[in-house]
Design a protein around this ligand. Structure first.
Ligand code: DCP
Ligand code: MG
Length: 587
């Protein structure tokens, strides 16, 4: 058996750097590798704000020069030049700030996407069967994107505008210490209003993200099931459901907009202009400051406009980003205990399988396998028969730990499957599912899925053994034919043979064939029969089937009923002892 090449853990190398306790800490731990970008962003923001404040200061100086009893026009040109040059430098700094924010945002998006994708691949089937695909898609596309927007423009504008808020504090005392009054009162009210705004905003942005996820879930499900939607003429009903989901998203957005609209920041900005100007004029009348100072001060107050304008939506962008980060983190943190057992057994398997008092229940339901015990020798073929819903598929999925049992023991080669290295266990067991999934790639890529390094000759001989070579040649592009999504261009019987070819190529020690497809035309039936008996040769094989001929030549037959073994033995034994079994053959 080939050595195991599957990585034992689907995790990022930088994994330990990420703090996954809360969304803000998690985001912070993602920023840490890019501190230099943060420095660039902050330096750009400080420089930009300082040079923006420089303009009213210089304007005030120019006014003073002109309003003297004997106006001094010689200072005007140098002042104008200084303003011009300083604003060019400011442009460069602003570019640095914007560029830094954009760079940071893109890095965040990429890193979070990597982390999320790897985490999703590493999760157990129990997780995936409970988590709707549409919701996962919404989180891994739109929510990741929201985190990007949180940095650019979100953080960019918040940091940039915060520096504008600071500037009047630095420059106003130059004219008169009491001029700090207006910026101080403004800042206090600004932050109180902001805190209250953000507090009411957070649940609404959470709701916007959640309704969006629901809408996506429904959309992806109805596209996935579009055949049944059309087949049962339910288009109108599905559209109605979509519209009502879309309406909930819209309503949530409107509530967010409404709240943003009621935010009082603009009101306090107006009050600050009026109050500050009055204050400066009073000082001027008292002879405490000159006219240039009044002009400069009023110009400095204008700087408060930037934090005010941006605060309505830059902070809500951050709030949305945090809501999204929470949703992504929740997905990453949920149920991670798929034990890969990297240190477990990795030896070549011979294929003996034993179930000892095995019980199993899906997390949400009643037991579907109850106290099942049987033993299969290496190389034997086992047929599992039973009514729909009996638990046949569930039973065989316990062998390769697609699901972990609730109690008892499943042993392969006498070793508990949980003692095996998971990758080693799975690479030596092949399960051909009831519902065979083909990727939208070429047929040869689909066949070589479990062994990507296989060359064309190997692929062709596997296909021949699986009786697939003939029909593959009927396609114009042969092995390079690209499968339409979900295998729509292949019939059930063809898909089954592609899956068998996969199994021939990986040459597993244990093969499980969940073949619940009922009668196909007899020519195809014949081919599939031949393919299956080829595949069963030389390995332990479990076949879930309704085909009497296959059941008859099995070494062991398990009649499964409501999660329990109703009868077990060879064909001859069961014909004598089991009424239920012999009834199948009498019908
Ligand atoms: N079940 C569940 N969650 C899943 C899969 C199945 O709760 N992800 C439930 C549905 C059935 C029971 O488990 O009540 C047994 O399902 P199986 O798919 O194991 O049943 P079979 O394979 O025997 O049925 P079929 O012949 O239809 O394939
Ligand atoms: Mg089944």
């Amino acid at each position: 058996m080939s050595t195991v090449s599957i990585p034992a853990e689907f995790t990022l190398h930088r994994k330990n750097l990420f703090n996954r306790t809360t969304a803000p800490r998690w985001i912070a731990s993602h920023i840490r590798p890019y501190l230099w970008i943060v420095v660039m962003l902050v330096v750009g923001a400080i420089g930009n704000a300082a040079l923006a404040a420089y303009v009213p200061v210089l304007t005030g100086d120019a006014f003073n020069a002109m309003t003297q009893p004997k106006p001094d026009t010689s200072v005007l040109l140098p002042l104008a030049l200084t303003i011009g040059i300083s604003q060019i430098i400011r442009g460069v700094l602003q570019l640095g700030r914007n560029f830094g924010a954009e760079l940071l945002a893109q890095h965040m998006e990429r890193d979070i996407r990597d982390e999320l994708y790897l985490s999703l691949l590493g999760k157990s089937m129990t997780f995936h069967s409970l988590q709707p695909v549409g919701d996962t898609m919404a989180r891994s596309t739109n929510d990741v994107r929201e985190v990007n927007y949180m940095f650019s423009p979100g953080v960019n504008l918040v940091v940039g505008s915060f520096m504008f808020l600071v500037m009047p504090f630095l420059a106003a005392p130059r004219y008169h210490p009491s001029l700090l009054l207006t910026p101080t009162i403004f800042a206090i009210i600004y932050f109180i209003a902001l805190a209250r705004y953000l507090k009411t905003l957070a649940p609404i942005t959470d709701e916007v993200r959640a309704t969006f996820g629901d809408m996506n879930t429904h959309l992806s499900e109805s596209l996935d099931g579009v055949e049944i939607v059309k087949g049962s003429a339910q288009e109108v009903a599905e559209v109605d459901r979509f519209v009502s989901n879309a309406r909930r998203v819209r309503d949530a957005f409107v509530r967010q907009g409404d709240l943003e609209g009621r935010y009082i920041a603009m009101l306090i900005l107006g009050a600050a202009y009026a109050g500050g100007l009055t204050h400066a004029l009073l000082l001027f009348r008292a002879g405490e400051i000159d006219l240039g100072a009044v002009i400069a001060y009023f110009g400095l107050l204008q700087l408060l406009g930037f934090p005010t304008f941006t605060s309505t939506w830059a902070y809500s962008q951050i709030s949305s980003g945090l809501s999204s980060a929470r949703r992504i983190l929740e997905l990453i943190n949920r149920e991670t205990h798929l034990d890969q057992n990297a240190a477990g057994l990795t030896s070549a398997m011979s294929g003996e399988v034993e179930f000892r008092n095995v019980s199993f229940a899906y997390p949400t339901g009643d037991p579907v396998v109850q106290d099942v015990s049987f033993k299969v020798k290496q190389g034997q073929t086992v047929a599992i028969v039973g009514q729909t819903g009996a638990g046949k598929t569930s039973l065989v999925k316990l062998i390769n730990r697609t699901y972990d049992i609730t109690s008892g023991q499943v042993l392969v080669d006498g070793v508990d499957v949980r003692e095996w290295n998971l990758a080693s266990l799975r690479s030596q067991i092949s399960i051909i599912e009831q519902d065979i999934f083909l990727f939208s790639r070429s047929l040869s890529d689909n066949i070589a899925f479990g062994k990507p390094e296989a060359d064309r000759d190997e692929i062709i001989s596997a296909s021949k053994a699986a009786q697939a070579d003939d029909f593959i040649h009927d396609f114009d592009q042969g092995y390079d034919t690209v499968v339409g999504e979900r295998g729509v261009t292949l019939s059930g019987g063809q898909r089954q043979r592609i899956a068998l070819a996969r199994a021939f190529l990986t040459d597993p020690r244990i093969l499980v064939l969940d073949d619940s497809t009922s009668a196909i035309d007899s020519a195809t039936e014949d081919k599939i029969q031949r393919a299956i008996s080829n595949a069963a040769r030389g390995r332990t094989t479990f076949i879930i089937t309704h085909r009497l001929s296959q059941i008859r030549w099995a070494d062991l037959i398990i009649v499964f009923r409501k999660g329990k073994i109703a009868a077990i033995g060879t064909h001859d034994e069961l014909m004598k002892t089991s009424e239920a079994y012999s009834r199948i053959f009498r019908e």
